[in-house]
Ligand binder design. Structure first.
Ligand code: ATP
Ligand code: MG
Length: 409
């Protein structure tokens, strides 16, 4: 009986893995160049870490379970809460700001579909300790640089949840949160129905709809000001100033609500223009406060998470390919072949026969591997300290002294 993978999970074959590693490498390189350093938290956490802010409702989307000691645990659905938990537990004495990045798998009990899995990977950063617009600008431009370097065709939208929250300041928290979630899902019909259901004032209703429709260049800031005259736009203006000076291309979008409840200020999302269909959001982030909920001091932070699987789906980076050498040996010379192979592994990927095949079939396997060079270890050459080297692309063959082999390959 064949055993299938669990629904919503994936296997990654070598070609796919090599591509994913190449993408990961770009992400790491750029994050590190901004001073971010890698962290890793456990795959599972106390369930409470994820329900504290988002409420029990989120349990439906989480892989939650009891361990043998009866503790409520959860596979992490994201890494922001875990990283802030770690910060509160271990890092409060470190000089601020802290710049952390992570690359890890996350688990969500969602309906599997293209671009939506039950196990998926996120690459993200958290910049902890600053509430300045400069922190937002740094994090947004870092996300932008990564997607740009990966040659993804994307739209970056920048907004501020403070506007919606300000509008909803007199609305009960769980009602506000539900409204934000409907806005996040761009579920206009659902939103209309819900606003009717709670009998919202018509002025407020109109303002909400006008605000979430505001998408565009910096001019939409003026329209937003007309809708919410008593909101301080100074912070987002400054973020925009820095982004403009860095020539980061973005659109203002005051309809970004983000699904998670912890965002407090500037928020941003990126959408791939092609190749992903409905699941086109490839990045989400913003500024938030969580540390005080986990027993720490109230600490501002800003971060983002890139949806690694969605990016891998549309990204065309060529993994760097090392030269492949196959060391082919006549019977009885396998030990010599192994020794020569070891000598060459500093410079190339070197493969030897482990199937006890004859020379012809070893060469045929070299072709299957799309190898570049075959080193043929034969009795006669070996006696003179030599081997035959065959260029498998051109077919050319010559005899080379073993000590010169490294230089030839
Ligand atoms: P969506 O709105 O698509 O459900 P999200 O807003 O819940 O995503 P975040 O929590 O912001 O997502 O996670 C950051 C990124 O992780 C998303 O932009 C997306 O690219 C990716 N992502 C989220 N959930 C999944 C999933 N189930 N499978 C694959 N990628 C995912
Ligand atoms: Mg979302």
């Amino acid at each position: 009986m064949k055993i299938e993978r669990p629904r919503g999970t994936r296997d990654f074959l070598p070609d796919e893995m090599e591509k994913r590693r190449a993408i990961e490498k770009v992400m790491r390189r750029i994050a590190e160049s901004y001073g971010y350093r890698e962290v890793l938290t456990p795959t599972f956490e106390h369930l409470e870490l994820f329900t504290i802010k988002s409420g029990e409702g989120i349990v439906e989307e989480i892989y939650a379970f009891k361990d043998k000691g009866g503790r409520d645990l959860a596979l992490r659905p994201e890494l922001t809460a875990p990283v802030i938990r770690m910060f509160v537990n271990e890092c409060t004495g470190m000089p601020k700001p802290l710049r952390f990045y992570y690359f890890a798998n996350c688990f969500r009990y969602e309906r599997p579909q293209k671009g939506r899995y039950r196990e998926f990977w996120q690459f993200g950063v958290e910049l902890i300790g600053s509430a300045s617009p400069l922190a937002d600008a740094e994090v947004i431009s870092l996300a932008y640089r990564i997607m740009d370097e990966l040659k993804i065709d994307f739209d970056l939208h920048v907004g501020h949840v403070g506007l919606l929250r300000h509008m909803l300041r007199d609305v009960e928290e769980n009602v506000a949160s539900k409204i934000m979630r409907l806005i996040d899902k761009k579920d206009v019909e659902g939103l209309e129905a819900y606003l009717d259901e709670i009998g919202i004032e018509s002025d407020l209703r109109d303002s909400i709809f006008s605000l979430i429709e505001l998408v565009g260049g910096r001019e939409v800031m003026d329209s937003a000001r007309e809708i919410i005259p008593d909101f301080d736009f100074g912070h987002i203006e400054r973020v925009c100033d820095v982004l403009d000076s860095l020539e980061v291309e973005y659109r203002l979008d005051f309809g970004i609500a983000r699904g998670l409840d912890y965002y407090t200020g500037v928020v941003f999302e990126a959408y791939a223009k092609e190749g992903l269909g409905a699941q086109n959001q490839i990045c989400g982030g913003g500024s938030y406060r969580l540390a005080h909920l986990f027993g720490g001091d109230d600490t501002p932070a800003t971060g983002f998470a890139l949806g690694f699987d969605r990016i891998a789906e549309i990204c065309n980076v060529e993994p760097e390919r090392k030269k492949i050498v196959v060391v082919v040996s006549f019977k009885g010379l396998e030990g010599e072949a192994f020794r020569i192979a070891e000598m060459l592994r500093d410079k190339a990927v070197v493969v030897t026969d482990v199937m006890e095949r004859n020379v012809k079939r070893q060469l045929s396997y070299a072709n299957d591997l799309n190898a570049d060079v075959a080193v043929i270890v034969g009795e006669r050459e070996l006696r003179e300290g030599k081997v035959a080297v065959k260029d498998l692309k051109s077919g050319e063959q010559r005899t080379v002294g073993i000590e010169d082999l490294l230089g030839v390959i």
